[in-house]
Design a protein around this ligand. Structure first.
Ligand code: FE2
Length: 266
């Protein structure tokens, strides 16, 4: 593992991609490769009908949502509680059958090009589409973490997102170091529920320093917040430390995101 400090940590501007760029796909892939994350403000101009479908999907869902595990993980197979709301985990064929405007977003050829460019082929595009509805106020929706299984994620805001309704945040440039940590965790534990995915709260200051070459407060200070209008797109490697930030009382955030895996993912 490389343990030199991560020095190439850019600000927000370096991570932005213009939706109208003639080299859109390449621009996104270049940023995700270099920093683990790219953001496209206003990628789609109208997501109203997709947002309506989002509301319908939750309205028709039957039964009680599954709870979180004792380590705060959400392992729900379909309809589950999150710390600040609830989520629905759907397959792409399900979305195609029931929610055609949401399906159209994730069937965009640009997303397939980005996945092919970043992960190579074969990959399993949009294996899951997850609708997340956050509405319970919290200092943060979920602390900085990596996802246990590394994926490429496309995250689309269905509401305007400002600093008070759970903006997506990432610490750019952490994806390669964190990938090593994730693999070490799996080698040591081989248990989904035990993997320590929240690195700031799970690791001691000393261990954190050994792994990232800097203390927690300094790395946290490099976080970038992605505020933007409904229809904005974040593309990120889930090994990039990421979180959803502050959610104020009376505010909500609707997000549709998908996971794309390396190779074939049944
Ligand atoms: Fe995550």
């Amino acid at each position: 593992m490389d343990i030199s400090p991560i020095t190439d940590i850019p600000g927000r501007d370096r991570l932005l991609v213009d939706a109208a760029s003639p080299s859109f796909t390449e621009d996104v892939v270049e940023r995700v490769r270099a920093y683990g994350v790219a953001f496209v403000p206003g990628w789609l101009t109208d997501v109203k009908s997709a947002a309506d479908e989002f509301d319908t999907a939750f309205r028709v869902e039957q039964g009680e949502p599954e709870g979180l595990t004792d380590t705060g993980k959400n392992l729900s197979r379909r309809y589950g509680r999150t710390v600040t709301g609830e989520q629905l985990k759907l397959t792409m064929p399900e979305v195609g059958e029931r929610h055609k405007d949401i399906a159209e977003i994730f069937r965009s050829p640009a997303l397939a090009d980005i996945a092919n460019g970043y992960l190579g082929t074969p990959n399993t595009l949009n294996r899951w589409v997850i609708l997340t509805h956050d509405y319970r106020a919290a200092d943060e929706i979920l602390d900085f973490h990596f996802d246990d299984i590394g994926t490429l994620k496309f995250l689309v805001y269905l509401d305007d997102v400002d600093e008070n309704n759970g903006p997506f945040e990432a610490i750019p440039g952490t994806h390669l170091r964190t990938r090593d940590i994730r693999i070490q965790e799996w080698l040591r534990l081989d248990d989904y529920n035990k993997i320590r995915f929240k690195v700031f709260s799970s690791f001691s200051e000393e261990l954190f320093y050994v792994l990232y070459g800097q203390f927690k407060m300094f790395l946290r200070a490099k976080r970038v917040q992605f505020t933007g209008p409904a229809g904005s797109l974040a593309v990120f490697d889930t090994d990039t430390l990421h979180r959803a930030g502050y959610l104020a009382q009376g505010r909500l955030r609707r997000v549709a995101r998908s996971s794309t895996y390396r190779g074939f993912y049944p």
